[in-house]
Design a protein around this ligand. Structure first.
Ligand code: ZN
Length: 202
């Protein structure tokens, strides 16, 4: 099922996700829905917060972006990225390893808004997979960037928080307009809910 993606200005994007205590059939269905939603919007990552469900769950698939390579190592050995995609990360923990690098980023909760963000080039990742098993790996390139972007979402952090002032300034009018639009939509939806009972016959 394709889920609606919430945009900047929605309070769910600022909520820290609850840890998942067990990978239940419900969680697996939720992950399936996250993947379907991400592919529908041609994204390379999607976090639970972006569909207004603050849980420590995100999905990533970098296969389609050939011009921005990724690396993945398990116990020091290079792996075939495709074998790990799509990737589901549950309760992920990250340890930065590499030097910070700048690169372009977008976000499905900020449609059409792109800017450079500086992040560590390599990270160590420890997370539960869809089977509830611990996976540990080191990644670099686009995959490292995507996983850090998604991990941020799980903490309620957004890519605009990670930008330097200059880059943030460039897109400020765009994200402020988006925030205003989202808040207006939320207020209208709230009003509709309040009004609804009066429509019922007494
Ligand atoms: Zn995002």
């Amino acid at each position: 099922m394709i889920l609606p993606i919430v945009k900047y200005g929605h309070p769910a994007l600022r909520q820290k996700g609850a840890r998942v205590s067990a990978v239940t059939p419900e969680i697996r269905q939720f992950v399936e829905d996250l993947l379907e939603t991400m592919y529908d919007r041609e994204g390379i990552g999607l976090a639970a917060q972006q569909v207004a469900r603050p849980l420590q769950v995100c999905v990533v698939d970098v296969r389609q972006v050939k011009e921005r390579p990724s690396t993945l190592e398990v116990k020091g050995e290079a792996q075939d990225i495709a074998a790990f995609m799509p990737m589901t990360l549950i309760n992920p923990e990250l340890t930065p390893v590499g030097e910070p690098v700048s690169g372009p980023e977008g976000c499905l909760s900020f449609p059409e808004i792109y800017a450079d963000v500086t992040r560590p080039s390599v990270v160590d990742v420890r997370a539960l997979d869809l089977k509830g098993q611990i996976m540990e790996f080191r990644c670099g390139g686009l995959l490292a960037r995507a996983i850090q972007h998604e991990w941020d979402h799980l903490q309620g952090i957004l890519f605009i928080d990670r930008m330097d002032q200059e880059n943030k300034e460039k897109i400020r009018p765009e994200y402020q307009a988006l925030q205003a639009e989202t808040k207006k939509e939320l207020a209208a939806a709230k009003k509709a809910v309040v009004r609804a009972p009066s429509l019922r016959p007494a």
